[in-house]
Design a protein around this ligand. Sequence first.
Ligand code: SF4
Length: 392
Amino acid sequence: MLLCCTDALILNISSIHPLIVRIDETAELIRKETMIPKTARLLQIPAPQIPETIAEKPSNYDKNWQKQHAEALREPEELLQQLALPASLLAPAQVASARFSMCVPGSWVTRIKVGNPDDPLLRQILPVAEELESSSDFSTDPVGDLEARVLPGLLHKYQGRVLLMTTGACAIHCRYCFRRHYPYGDDNFLTQLPAILDYIRADSSIHEIILSGGDPLSLSNERLADLIQQIQTLPHVKRLRIHTRTPIALPGRLDDGLFAVLQAIKLQAIIVIHCNHPNELDEQVLETLSAMRQCGLTLLNQSVLLKGVNDDVDILTHLSERLFSAGVLAYYLHQLDKVEGAQHFEVQDARAIALHDTLRQRLPGYLLPKLVREQRGADAKTPLQGVCRNAS
Ligand code: SF4
């Protein structure tokens, strides 16, 4: 089912985060989740313009990204057929996707090698039998999001910054997602926004706002612009950070209107992209990232260390170097958040530290991501043992 709205994001309902997919979505829920209410005050955005500083648009720039998004693969059968993968993978994929729905944009599928069940990009999106296993130290809320929720839609974990759960929607569903069980349906971000802004206004120690979700770039350009404009009225907020996998998963989403929104940000703006493997960085993605960089945005990357995907020094080295060529600095290499259903991606700490030590020998310090873990209740990300020595 497609929800269409003039000048607003067109979002296929089945791409909304799996936790709300299973609900018999009503038009009301769709409206809330996609944040395009009839009564919404939409910021008047000038005619979309790509700033002159953006030298080149991506060569295969696709203005019809909404179509790509609507046509993302959601049935494991279709995915397996397109990639000529064994039929034996189908039954477990169907069971696992009933728990956490599959969503894969076509442009992602083109980056997967046909006939290879171990392809690192395939492993990140194909539902598999191992997801159905349980383990006592894996939970539905591995990093304590719910404890940190000071208001629906607002997490306050760390000093000086807060995180806004702007949406439950994503361009792609990653099987290791630490928020795959997050109750997005309980957070009506739109109606909570005035209270969220009041909370921030009342705490002058908050200098940074982090837009997260879900993926904030799933919001319409108008909604995003309106949100940013409201954040910019908060006098003590200096920085805006946006965590997104969209430039990697669906680079065509970075359309003229979105570039205009991003370039108009008056706060110091940091975009943290989430890229795990160099194969994710095809020409369109690299050109999109370069264009974002030319908008004056600081681009950082955080990866998750994933068994069978990127637990390899050559891959991690190549990833940092390739990202840097597009103006993106490697920022964090995260140990897996122990979320139920993602046990098969875990890399043991000793191996993670050994990989990172070798990576340090290979890369200059500015290309070396910090190896960290997010721990429930901790006041910051926790470096793993062995990462504190000075990088060259
Ligand atoms: S990891 Fe990020 S992009 Fe992937 S499903 Fe989770 S929130 Fe969405």
